[in-house]
Structures are given as C-alpha cells and as structure tokens.
Design a protein around this ligand. Structure first.
Ligand code: BGC
Length: 419
C-alpha cells in the first residue's frame, strides 16, 4: 500500500502536565483555581490521574497505533523550592520516557506549558530579574538527568499566547483558547488573592499569561535562548524549538492592514529569538477574520466548537504555508484540535487538517509531524472539564479510559492508513 505520509512522519497526540497529572498544588495555576473570585469552573483536583496511570495510558496510545507522544514536565514538581530538585519527580519523568521508548512512541517534551512554580512569584514572577537564568538552570538539571532520552524539546508552549489573549479574545468577548476569560483578565481581587496564596503581593505576581509587554516578552525570549543553550550544551542530539498559537489570520475587504498588524504582533515579533532553533512547533485551532474595524465575529450559521470559535480545520494548511515562507527550519504541528461532543466532527477535523498537511508536503514544505490536541478529555483551564478535546474519553469517577472513533482513525493513519 502506498503510504500517505512519509515513513518518518510522526503522528501522535499531546497533553500538558497540569491538565492531566492531577494535584499540581505547587504551581501558580493551583493558586488561581483556589483564589477568591476565581473564574475557574472546576478544580483540577486529581485531573485524569495521568501521574499514576501513565504506563497504561502510554500503552493505550501505542495500541491505538500512535507513533509519538508530546507531553510536558511540571517545573514545580521538579524544582519545588528555588535550587532544590526533586529526585522522585525526575525519576517519574524518566519512567515516562522509558515507557515511551518501550512502546515505540517518540517523545516530544515540553519544559513549560503555561504553569510555573508558585515560588517564582515571590520574586516578581516572569518580570523578575534572573528569570532567564532560573529557567536555564531548570533546563540544565532536566537534561543532565534525562537528555539522552529526549529527541525533541520545546522550551515553551505558545510563547505568543498572552499577547493573543490580551489583544484579541478579550476584545470580542469570546472564550480564549485557554486560561483567561475576558472578565477575569482584569479581575484585581482574584489576582490579589492568588498572589496571597503564592505568598506574595499583586505587584510581584506576574504569571506566564501576563507576559505581553515589551519588557516581559524580552525576558521570555532570553529565557528561551538561555534554556536552549543549556539543553544543547548538555544534549547536542536533542532538537530544540518552541511552539506558537497561530490562528489562520484572514482579511475581509478593507481588513488587510489589521490582518497584517496581527501577524506581526503574533508571529513576526518573535522571529529573532528563533535564530538557532532546530524546529518550530505550530499550533492551530481556528481562523480569525479582520474587517476595516478589526476582528469580525464568525458569520451567522458558521459551525462553532464548544469553545465558541469557528470550526475551521482548513486553517492548518493555510498557516503552515504562511509560516513556511518565513522559516528555514522544519515544522512540527504540535497541537491541532477541536472541542466537541460529536466525535464524527473530530474525525472530520483531523481528516481536513491532515489533507492540508499533505498538500503542504506535496508543495515541498518541510513538515515533520502532527500531534493532535488532545490525547484525553482533560482539564481545560478556566473551562474546567466541560470542554471535550480528547481522542480518549475519561470517566473521572472511575478514571476509566474509552478510546473514541477519532483515536482509532488517527492511529490508523499513523500506521499508514488512508485519510
Ligand atoms: C493549549 C492547551 C489548551 C488548548 C485548547 C492550547 O492553546 O496549549 O493547553 O488546552 O489550546 O484550548
């Protein structure tokens, strides 16, 4: 049978530690959940107990036919206090990497997926002096221990998300893809209470989601550079990059200037820090259309996802083409997914998304893999457990896993099947 994708093309799925592990009570998000006035719909609690169940979970991914697993490490577990590293946490992640190896899944490891240790807030959070060095020290520890097991590393997930959240979603009043809803973005009491729970004051409390001004973006870029340097020094074989959230930005007549501004703000302003990266992680969920007055709401009758943004799988191919014009390094799709309770729509979303990837490959664009978001229905930040992004459903009362049709579909394609 003729393969649809090259033999080396990696097809798999993604998770993030905070959304699946459970009980990350040393992380800043935990404080945000428990703070007075928190807009979080649910508490993450045990999440889907992936911290304990990872072996069965990885075995299930392999049985489904998937070839790669993108997951993240929880910094607050690995370094629970400044400079103090947890042997038990690092051994846990070693076991996860070994389980991937045993089951033939290529791991793509993200060192920071939104959540940070609470202790960094005592010193100015992401605006604090010395953050790039702190972050690089954490990377150094991880790679000294685990480097040989990690072929691909993302320093940060969605480096540009805070810029996108602040600038875009809050203005048009739809739910952001993650984390912060428009009302809570500026909720001072909630922030003050979360700061207290982290043992600090609001002026020191700067989470990853607040990195959207020139000063903090520069700190983040520097953290990426320094983290990458540490990783490459210790583990030269590891391919290093970061990921960005990129909607398919389109212009309706008269909206060209707005669309071009957005692209600069969300993509081009980050390019300088990517010099020296080995690959780029692209994450796409929908499109944004701009008119003369700014962003337009989806047209009446457009199909919306549970997140209230448009079901638009063809966006993936469009964004791949746009990004490829600016980059000379390989691209991995590190997230692409849809929140829906109709799994047939997820199958369709994957099918159309992968059609786009296939056309890009045929045009000669260097795409190396596709990681679907998400492996499981999981904790969708402020939307709690209401959003179902997973290939695999989870009964949270029993923690039983139930693979959906979309999981079999994607696994079949990973094994060389048709779209
Ligand atoms: C994030 C995930 C999130 C997903 C769906 C992405 O922006 O990386 O953490 O769950 O979108 O909203």
């Amino acid at each position: 049978m003729k393969k649809i994708f090259p033999e080396t093309f990696l097809i798999g799925s993604s998770t993030a530690a905070y959304q699946v592990e459970g009980n990350n009570s040393n992380s800043d998000f935990w404080a945000e959940e428990y703070a007075d006035g928190s807009p979080y719909r649910d508490k993450s609690g045990d999440a889907i107990d992936h911290y304990r169940r990872f072996r069965e979970d990885i075995a299930l991914m392999a049985r489904l036919g998937l070839k790669a697993y993108r997951f993240s490490l929880e910094w607050a577990r690995i370094e629970p206090a400044p400079g103090q590293y947890s042997r038990s946490a690092i051994e846990h992640y070693r076991d996860m990497l070994q389980a991937c190896r045993e089951h033939g899944l290529t791991p793509i490891v993200c060192l920071h997926h939104f959540s940070s240790p609470q202790w960094i807030m005592r010193d100015g959070g992401w605006a604090g002096a010395g953050m790039p060095e702190r972050y690089a020290n954490y990377c150094e520890f991880v790679f000294k221990e685990l480097g040989e097991l990690i072929p691909y590393a993302l320093t940060f997930n969605e480096i540009n998300l805070p810029t996108m959240l602040r600038d875009l979603f809050s203005k048009i009043g739809i739910v952001a893809p993650v984390g912060i809803d428009p009302a809570s973005w500026s909720a001072p009491e909630w922030r003050a209470s979360a700061a207290r729970l982290c043992g600090t004051t609001p002026d020191n409390y700067v989470t990853f989601h607040m990195i959207s001004d020139e000063k903090t973006i520069a700190i983040l870029k520097e953290a990426h550079r320094k983290g990458r340097e540490s990783i490459k020094r210790i583990s030269p074989h590891t391919q290093v990059g970061w990921s960005m959230a990129l909607s398919d930005i389109q212009a309706a007549p008269g909206g060209e200037a707005h669309a071009a501004d957005k692209w600069r703000l969300l993509f081009e302003q980050f390019l300088d820090a990517m010099e020296g990266d080995d690959f780029f992680g692209l994450q796409n969920y929908t499109r944004e259309v701009y008119g003369p007055e700014g962003q337009l709401r989806p047209e009446d009758g457009a199909e919306l996802t549970q997140m209230n943004y448009e079901f638009y799988p063809e966006g993936l191919g469009h964004v791949l083409r746009k990004v490829a014009k600016a980059l000379t390094i390989p691209i991995f799709v590190t997230e692409h997914g849809v929140a829906t309770d109709d799994d047939n729509r997820r199958v369709e979303f994957i099918r159309q998304g992968l059609e786009g990837v296939r056309s890009c490959l045929m045009e000669g664009i260097d795409v190396r893999g596709y990681m679907h978001w998400s492996t499981f229905d999981n904790f969708e930040w402020n939307s709690g457990y209401a959003m179902t992004f997973g290939l695999i459903a989870v009964d949270r009362a029993t923690q039983e896993r139930m693979a959906k049709e979309s999981a079999h579909y994607l696994g079949g394609i990973a094994q060389g099947g048709a779209l």
